[in-house]
Design a protein around this ligand. Structure first.
Ligand SMILES: C[S@@+](CC[C@H](N)C(=O)[O-])C[C@H]1O[C@@H](n2cnc3c(N)ncnc32)[C@H](O)[C@@H]1O
Length: 302
């Protein structure tokens, strides 16, 4: 269903919201009509203006994870037929890249036949079946770097059942975000999540076996506190390397390497050669696609 904040409503929301916010964060509207904020400290918007917050989250984080898991699933199936054989990372890359190049048609597989780019959909109606989501007998563990306006975390909760999301964040905008004009299809869930995070730093849904932890503090310190092999997915969504350099160093990426499992994927909007090189130095395999990159582990033992 298309997002339809009317012009009147958008203007009203805009002015209400501006009055709540410190002047560091003027509101901006993206290409898909969803709203984001501009952070004057980092001199950067929280999301791409051309795509919009909703579409950026969908195409740079959620769908790459779905495609990664699906490509991995095929490969695991195929390689389990060849007992004892190691899964070929090249096969996976070909499948992954083909899918990312045809992201619009592949998205229809996940989101339904009537899906078009820049259209906002009810993600929970097209969530991946749990059986395909993972071959884990525990919740999918997602590290969300960083919570920001909560798009990655909230949209992930619409898609992934049986998951734990850990969201470090240095700023606490939770109170301000209670009035943020999220897209209609995300709004009620986002407000419920924010309310829970504000009181206990935790949101949970017992029926779906989901947990989201808001971890206020420096992500650099927080990532050090997780055990090795812990995460299956990382949304690497800091501000740019130029403005937020501490969350792009090789040392930081090495920490991510240590705390991610052997079939983990890191999604990011970043495509710069220097960042991809750092990811390789940290030990990841790297695939660049039209909208960003993924870093992943190549140790696909059957
Ligand atoms: C691009 S925004 C993230 C957008 C967010 N993923 C979303 O879905 O709305 C980057 C976020 O990283 C946070 N941040 C930057 N450096 C940080 C650090 N060292 N520790 C914790 N948070 C940090 C900023 O406050 C900002 O909220």
């Amino acid at each position: 269903m298309k997002h339809t904040i009317s012009q009147h409503n958008a203007t009203r929301q805009d002015s209400i919201y501006q009055s709540f916010l410190p002047d560091i964060t003027p509101i901006i509207q993206g290409g898909d009509s969803s709203f984001s904020l501009y952070n004057k400290e980092y001199q950067q918007s929280y999301h791409s203006k051309s795509l919009g917050a909703y579409s950026e989250t969908l195409y740079k984080h959620i769908i790459p994870v779905l495609i990664f898991k699906k490509s991995l699933g095929f490969s695991n199936q195929e390689s389990s037929l060849l007992k004892g054989n190691r899964y070929s990372a090249n096969d996976f890359e070909t499948k992954f890249l083909d899918s990312m190049e045809n992201i619009e048609s592949v998205s229809r597989v996940f989101l339904g036949k009537r899906f078009y780019i820049k259209q906002q959909v009810m993600l929970e109606n097209c969530a991946m079946p749990e059986s395909q989501q993972s071959n884990l007998n525990r919740p999918l563990r997602i590290l969300d770097i960083c919570f920001g306006l909560g798009f990655n975390a909230c949209m992930a909760l619409q898609v992934f059942k049986n998951c734990e999301i850990y969201s470090p964040e240095k700023d606490n905008l939770l109170d301000l975000l209670k009035d943020f004009p999220y897209p209609e299809n995300l709004r009620s869930q986002a407000y419920c999540i924010l309310e829970n995070l504000q009181t206990t730093n935790l949101y949970y849904d017992t029926a779906k076996n989901q947990r989201l932890y808001f971890l206020q503090g420096n992500a650099l310190d927080i990532v050090q506190t997780f055990p090795c092999n812990f995460f299956d997915v990382v949304f690497q969504d800091a501000f740019s390397q130029a403005r937020n350099s501490e969350l792009w160093t090789t040392q930081y990426l090495k920490t991510l390497f240590n705390i991610t499992s052997s079939q983990a994927v890191i999604t990011t909007y970043a495509k710069a050669r220097r960042i991809l090189e750092s990811a390789r130095l940290a030990g990841f395999k790297v695939v660049k696609h039209a909208l960003g990159s993924i870093f992943y582990k190549s140790d696909f033992l059957v």
